[in-house]
Each structure stands twice: as C-alpha cells, then as structure tokens.
Ligand binder design. Structure first.
Ligand SMILES: Cc1cc2nc3c(=O)[nH]c(=O)nc-3n(C[C@H](O)[C@H](O)[C@H](O)COP(=O)(O)OP(=O)(O)OC[C@H]3O[C@@H](n4cnc5c(N)ncnc54)[C@H](O)[C@@H]3O)c2cc1C
Ligand SMILES: Cc1ncc(C[n+]2csc(CCOP(=O)(O)OP(=O)(O)O)c2C)c(N)n1
Length: 575
C-alpha cells in the first residue's frame, strides 16, 4: 500500500493499462490530474483546441491499436464538449475512457457555476459512468472503468470533483485482471449444423461481411469458396474484407454499388458475418439468413434471421466448413464478379478530368490519393460525400486503414481522428479526407496539428456546400436550402496558420499537387476545389427517390436553374 492522491491512483491505473497520452483541454477541476501527468515518464497531455476533437482523436487511437485511449474534459462545458466524440467512440465500440471533472463536491446540487451532472449526461454513450465522491472508492472505480471500456468495447466515464482529485488514501498497486485475456465464443454444434442445413438448401448464396471479420480473412475466403458466394462488404468491414479477396464484390447500401446490391438482393441465402449493416431495405425480404456475431444481442436486429450463431467469425466459420456440401454451380458468383468489374470500370471513368478545367471531379481526387498514398497509409474520412469517395476509391490492401464516424455519422471527425492516428503511429502517413463543412466545423484542430507538429496530410473536398445534404434534398424532391458555404482559400488559411497549404482546381495539376503534398515532411492542407453538382446515385433508385429527383428537377426548372440540371445530367447520369 502506498499513500496516493486520487489523481495518482487514476494516472497509475491508466499507465498500467499502457495509456501513453491523454487528450483534452485543461481546466481548474482537472489540475490535480494534469499535474500528475506533467511529472510522468511515458505519459503526455495532448492539448487539443476543442474537447470533442480529443474524444475523436482518442477513438482513432483506440481503433488502430485496440488499446485503451483517454480524453479529459473539465467540469460543466469542458466535458459536455466531449459528448459527441464519445458517442462516436461508443457506437464504434472502441475502448475509450473519459474523465469528466465535476464542480467542487460541496457545491453539487446547488446550481453552482458550471454545474452539470455528467453521471446522467454520459449514461447513453457509455457502458460505465460513475462518480468518485470519496478517495476510498477511487481504486475500484477506475479499475472497473478501464475493464468496462476494454472488455465491452466502448466508452467508460469517471466523474470526479476537482477537490476529490487532491485527496489521498493508502492504495494498492493497480490490478486489471481482465486486460489482455481473451476467450473465444463458439456456437453449439447443433446450431452450426442447422445453419449449414439452411445454407446447403439455398441455391444462390451471398456473404455480407463486416468489421467482425477483422481477424478472419483466411476463413472468410475459405467459406466464400465453399459456398461459391460473392462477398459484399459493409463499410466498416472494407479495410479487412476487401484486400486480397477474389470474392469481394464491393459495398451495398445507400452509397453502395450495383454489384453489391444485386449480390444480396438476388440471393436466396445470406450469411452475415460480423456485420451490423444498418439498412434493412438493402436486404431481401424472402432470403433465408444465417448470422454470426459475437454479440448475441445483435443477431436478428437488422434482418429476419433464421439461424443466429453467437460466435467469433473465424472460429464459427471453421466449425461450419465441414458441414457445407460442395457446390458445382457458380453462376451467382460469376454474375456478381462481372457486375463488380463493370462497377469498377464505371467508377474509373468518372474519376478523371480534363486539364485546364475550372474544377475537379472529387472522384479524381480520391482515386489519385489512393494511387499515390503509402502502402500502409491510414486514411480518415468525414461524413458527407468524402465517405462516398473513400468507400469507392480508396483501395485497401491489408496494411492500410480507414477510419470514419461510420456508425454515429458525425461530421468533422476526419481531422481529429487523423491527429489520434498520427500520434499513435508517428512513422506512418496519415491522410484526412475532409468535407469543407466538416473541416470548418472543427477547424480549431488545425492549430492542434500545428502545435504538436503532426505531419498529417489534409485534403479538403471544397465543393462550397454541404453536398451530401444537397443530395438528400434532391432525392426528397426539395430544392437545396441552407447548404451553401462561402469558403476561403483553405490552402492560404493553412499558410496563415504557419502550415504548408496548397490549392488546386485544374485536373491537369492534380497529380503533381497531391504527390507534392504527400512528399512534404510536415503538415499540409490541400484545398481541392471540386464540383458541387456531383451526384452519386444509389445502386438502384427507389421509386420514391426517382419521384424525388423528378420533383427537384421540375422545381429547379421553375426557378430558372435549368443549366444546373443539364450539367448534372452530363456528369452523372451517363450510366
Ligand atoms: C454518409 C454515410 C453513408 C454510409 N453508407 C453506407 C453504405 O452504403 N453501406 C454500408 O455498408 N455502410 C454505410 N455506412 C456505414 C454504416 O452506417 C455502418 O457503419 C456500416 O454499415 C457498419 O459496418 P459493419 O457492419 O462492418 O460494422 P459494425 O456496425 O461495427 O458491425 C460489426 C459487427 O461485428 C460484430 N463483431 C465484432 N467482432 C466480431 C468477431 N470477432 N466475430 C463475430 N462478430 C464480431 C460486432 O458485434 C458487430 O455487430 C455509411 C455511413 C455514412 C456516414
Ligand atoms: C455534427 C453533424 N451535423 C450535421 C450533420 C448532417 N450532415 C450530414 S452530411 C452533412 C454535410 C457535410 O458537408 P461537408 O463536410 O461539406 O461534406 P460534403 O458532403 O459537402 O462533401 C451534414 C450537414 C451531421 N451528420 N453531423
């Protein structure tokens, strides 16, 4: 036992969990904690300019390393700023611990300056959220919080009043008995046989594979071969499923492509492996579905599943394989692969531009980034059209990574996630694909990049609009409203902040500018001036959407905007 302050107990436990940095903005209620970090070897405080960015950065670090990452927010507004980023971490199930400091303990309940109740506010975006009100609770609460974040996958929050962080008590050395322990969940053999019977009875089988296949690539390819099944990936599975996979036929869903769409919709049997793909309208109503997920509570929550197997993908597939009958017919697979090749060709055609043009096609920017970036680059992308371009054009190879706010769907994650990624992997190239709206939303973090000399490469898809929302408005048959962005030259803005900044609008110069940016040692912002009217059609336009586009077209014509429509048709509707 050693006499320690609550702050020392917390920091010791975080260090025992191999935490090397804490993201946040300082504040009086955090002084006890930051003062301990100040003196610690192997631990640093990463000052961000907005706490939400700290949570996104911690989430990216946790996503890449699988280890606990940490962010702090001071009392009241300091920690309410963490909330959106923590929602993202929690929904992505990455292990993040947040300390939400609280006002002085004797003021709680009086409506004091900055008073909030974080233990209520953070309930919905955490597995564990508890208040340390006396030092004798500290050891057990911090240890429980770390274990919850690591073992459940997601967020744990400790609420601690500033004055309590300074109090001391005799405390043992930290113990995290569950950390680093693994166990494999396997379904019962009878259930596996039942699943195999369903798959054997189906003619056209497709696999929908997600992030749960991260450690099951070989097994995934094996079962695709056994079932002669095309593999459609869900977006969070792209980085793991797409590489070196002769059965991969791309993405389905809102921003998916025809091959993925038809592979699933034309199947009479679907095997869902480690995916929580949220769009039920992109799954057939009448297919027989087998689903494998380590979280049994996820089985059947997205589709009418016939057999749910609670289990790890790799292990469950190994159990299933001996029960699958050989399949001589590969017509469904061949049709999907053929469509996939056509999709790829079509996407390639859209990803170019004529030298001398005034604006770039965003597809061109994304394709060249994929071609020019390092083999082990870490990409982050904003919610909005950058998600579409990342999903379609960034080629994954097993070493590259792709992070975005895919489950929570928050704007403005890419730059902050790039900060966490770069700190976790200082030697790797980190490329953020930002929307102009997303970049501006947490523009403050450019100064974090500057302050910590992080060599991230930021590419802003500057279309002068909240482009994704414009698409949604068009699909709903309404005219765009409130979507216009009057932007500065983001390259010049970066230069004013002391960073390298470039601006490019001419397709003829794009490759050189991107290559220059990637080769520049420090941080770089590339302002890529892209076309605003870039329509990315869903794989099949539903009746409602077709009607929506029709209504939009009529309204646009009536408002004297016919030329925009012609432009739109020329660039997008060629297929
Ligand atoms: C603008 C925008 C557009 C989007 N459009 C699309 C789209 O068109 N198509 C699309 O797919 N997504 C799209 N998304 C993303 C979408 O919202 C989801 O994030 C994504 O589909 C989820 O991918 P996933 O199922 O791989 O990951 P998750 O939702 O994380 O699901 C992974 C599942 O695997 C389970 N699991 C984890 N480990 C294991 C294991 N070892 N064994 C078994 N199970 C395991 C987990 O419990 C979980 O249920 C879009 C997002 C945005 C922001
Ligand atoms: C925090 C937040 N606010 C609003 C939205 C709704 N929204 C989704 S995409 C989007 C537009 C994104 O614009 P931008 O970053 O410029 O990218 P673009 O789609 O134009 O490429 C908006 C406003 C959101 N998802 N998150």
């Amino acid at each position: 036992m050693t006499n320690k302050t609550v702050s020392e107990i917390i920091i010791d436990t975080l260090q025992a969990a191999s935490v090397r940095r804490v993201y946040g903005v300082v504040g009086d209620s955090l002084n006890g904690l930051t003062d301990v970090i100040r003196t610690r070897e192997g631990m640093e405080f990463i000052a961000v300019r907005h706490e939400e960015a700290g949570a996104f950065a911690a989430g990216a670090e946790a996503h890449l390393t699988g280890e606990l990452a940490v962010c702090f927010g001071s009392c009241g507004p300091g920690n309410t700023h963490l909330i959106n980023g923590l929602y993202d971490c929690h929904r992505s199930r990455v292990p993040v611990l947040a300390v939400a400091a609280q006002i002085p303990s004797d003021e709680i309940g009086t409506g004091y300056f900055q008073e909030t109740h974080p233990e209520r506010l953070f309930q919905e975006c955490s597995h564990y959220c508890e208040l340390i009100s006396t030092p004798n609770q500290a050891v057990r609460i911090i240890e429980a919080a770390v274990q919850h974040a690591l073992t459940e996958g997601g967020v744990a929050v400790i609420v601690v009043p500033g004055d309590v962080t300074h109090l001391s008590i005799d405390a043992p050395e930290p113990r995290l008995p569950a950390r680093g322990r693994t166990a494999t969940l396997r379904p019962a053999e009878t259930d596996v046989r039942q699943a195999a019977d369903v798959l054997n009875a189906c003619g056209n089988v497709a696999i929908l594979a997600g992030a749960g296949c991260a450690h099951a690539h070989a097994e995934l390819v094996q079962i695709a071969e056994a079932l002669q099944a095309p593999v459609v990936h869900a977006l969070r599975g792209k980085e793991f499923v797409e590489p070196n996979n002769p059965y991969d036929v791309g993405l389905s869903g809102l921003i998916g492509m025809p091959a993925g769409y038809h592979a699933l919709m034309d199947a009479d049997g679907i095997l869902m492996l480690g995916t929580d793909f949220p769009y039920k309208q992109f799954l057939p109503d009448d297919a027989r579905i087998v689903q494998v997920d380590v979280r049994a509570r996820h089985l059947g929550r997205r589709a009418r599943v016939e057999v749910g197997l609670p289990g790890d993908v790799a292990d469950t597939v190994r159990q299933l394989l001996p029960h699958l009958r050989p399949r001589p017919d590969r017509a469904h697979l061949d049709a999907a692969l053929k469509r996939h090749r056509a999709d790829q060709e079509h996407l390639r055609e859209l990803a170019d531009g004529e030298a001398g043009a005034a604006k770039l096609h965003p597809q061109h920017v994304a394709r060249l980034l994929s071609e020019l970036a390092a083999e082990d680059a870490i990409f982050t992308c904003d919610v909005g059209t950058p998600t579409i371009w990342a999903a379609r054009y960034l080629a994954m190879n097993g070493r590259r990574r792709l992070i975005g706010s895919f489950n929570h769907g928050s704007m403005a994650s890419a730059l902050s996630q790039a900060i966490g990624a770069q700190l976790a992997h200082p030697e790797r190239q980190v490329v953020a694909l930002c929307g102009d709206g997303g970049f501006a939303m947490l523009l403050s973090e450019l100064l974090t990049v500057r302050q910590h000399r992080l060599p991230v490469k930021v590419v802003v898809f500057n279309n002068s609009a909240y482009g994704f929302v414009e698409l949604e408005m068009k699909a709903a048959g309404t005219l765009e409203y409130g979507t216009e962005l009057d932007n500065p030259d983001f390259g010049a803005l970066a230069q004013a902040a002391g960073l390298a900044g470039l601006r490019v609008h001419d397709p003829g110069q794009l490759a050189d500018v991107l290559a220059q940016a990637l080769a520049t040692p420090g941080p770089v912002v590339v302002d890529a001036v892209v076309r605003r009217q870039e329509l990315s059609m869903p794989p099949t336009i539903e009746g409602k959407q077709a009607l929506g586009f029709g209504l939009y077209a009529i309204k646009a014509l009536m408002n004297g905007r016919g030329s925009e429509l012609v432009e739109l048709a020329k660039t997008n509707l060629g297929r």
